[in-house]
Design a protein around this ligand. Structure first.
Ligand code: ATP
Length: 363
């Protein structure tokens, strides 16, 4: 039987503040899950309840079929990695990594063997006798990572482990954490407010907002099929249009006129009428330099003319802010297309919003 972690109707209150509301979740053994959400949404509180530092106000936490609500953190055999590495500065790297094993009275030669094995796993063999202040931030966090793995925990909990590091090291280290997770087949529960981090390493992402779970899904689903307007807005970049729906036409309230929406988009979202938000990703909008280039069969109501206001290079893609009336829309095109079209600031362009590329949310 796999050792799954189950949260049933978990609520956590701090006096009047409800940090986590009626959360239900099952984490499979060996799964990498990420709690993603804005500051204060309840991510850390959830992790702390799993770790045993907080007791749920309501609900049950089960691990391997047993209720663990009242089990002390020490008895859970879950490892923890925090944002601050919390290494002992007066102990060598080897002593830091072996600390938990020493506490468990593991014989010295076994500790040494385990420490060497872990150091090798993250390429720190040659740093063994150094002290933490002599290491870079990335190296210190690697030490913290293997220290938490030394005692063979069944689940590793990580709370924003990379936020103190600079961008490049963060990207390298997150790939390393993922590699270690796959290599060991260990369950990892990771907290972050960085969507790129969450989408790149998780098997499933749990998007939280105000203590609620908004969506639990594979990263690609979170990006391509956000179930709520919050998720569409929080994960990636989206353009939003608000209005009232008449059949499959949105009459926009913000001066955009009308947009035709594909019927299956509305059916999938079970929306028939009323106040509706439409969203569309910047890469789904097509950009034309002249009206003549637009294929005749394209829906006329979904073509809007505007002026290029800002151009931002983002590497492979170029992000273009187009002003239409008093509003703006973000369009992404490839760097190759940008070079080909030689677009300039202030230039008038024509945007096409494909009816099937909208997402619709009742508002
Ligand atoms: P961040 O990304 O900023 O760490 P978070 O999503 O992890 O945010 P939590 O730290 O879980 O959010 O906090 C959720 C809510 O619970 C917040 O409103 C916070 O102020 C409150 N909270 C958390 N811990 C306590 C506590 N010990 N006492 C009182 N309120 C708390």
């Amino acid at each position: 039987m796999p050792k799954n972690l189950v949260l049933e109707h978990i609520t956590k209150k701090f006096d009047k503040i409800v940090a986590v509301r009626d959360m239900n979740l099952e984490v499979q053994q060996g799964e990498f899950i990420c709690f993603l959400g804005p500051s204060g949404c309840g991510k850390t509180t959830t992790l702390r309840m799993i770790a045993g530092f907080e007791i749920p106000t309501e609900g049950i936490i089960k691990y391997d079929g047993k209720i663990i609500n009242d089990l002390s953190p020490q008895k859970r055999n879950f490892g923890i990695v925090f944002q601050s590495y919390a290494l002992f500065p007066h102990m060598t790297v080897a002593e830091n990594v072996g600390f938990g094993l020493k506490m468990h009275k593991v014989p010295k030669d076994q500790i040494e063997k385990r420490v060497d094995e872990l150091l090798e796993m993250v390429g720190l063999e040659d740093q063994k006798y150094k002290y933490p202040p002599e290491l870079s931030g990335g190296q210190q966090q690697r030490v913290a990572l293997i220290r938490s793995l030394a005692t063979y925990p069944e689940i590793l909990l990580l709370d924003e482990p990379l936020s103190a590091l600079d961008a490049k090291i963060r990207v390298n280290l997150r790939a390393e954490i993922k590699r270690v997770q796959v290599e060991l087949g260990i369950t990892m529960v990771y907290v972050t407010h960085d969507q790129e981090e969450a989408l790149s390493i998780s098997d499933r992402v749990i998007v939280m907002n105000h203590g609620y779970i908004e969506q639990v899904d594979r990263p690609i689903e979170i990006y391509k099929n956000p179930k709520t307007k919050f998720v569409a807005d929080f994960v990636g970049t989206s353009n939003f249009f608000e209005g009232t729906l008449h059949g499959n036409v949105l009459k926009d309230k913000g001066g955009w006129g009308e947009f035709v929406v594909a019927k299956n988009v509305l059916e999938n979202s079970r929306i028939t009428s009323g106040n509706v938000s439409l969203s569309i990703r910047p890469e789904k909008i097509l950009l034309f330099k002249t009206q003549n280039e637009i294929p005749k069969e394209y829906e006329k109501r979904n073509i809007k003319a505007g002026k290029i206001e800002v151009v931002t290079f983002l590497g492979v893609i170029v992000r273009i802010l187009v002003k239409i009336g008093e509003s703006h829309v973000i369009v992404d095109i490839t760097e190759k297309d940008f070079e080909k079209t030689m677009l300039k600031m202030g230039e008038t362009v024509y945007l096409y919003f494909p009816p099937e590329d909208f997402l619709a949310f009742q508002s």
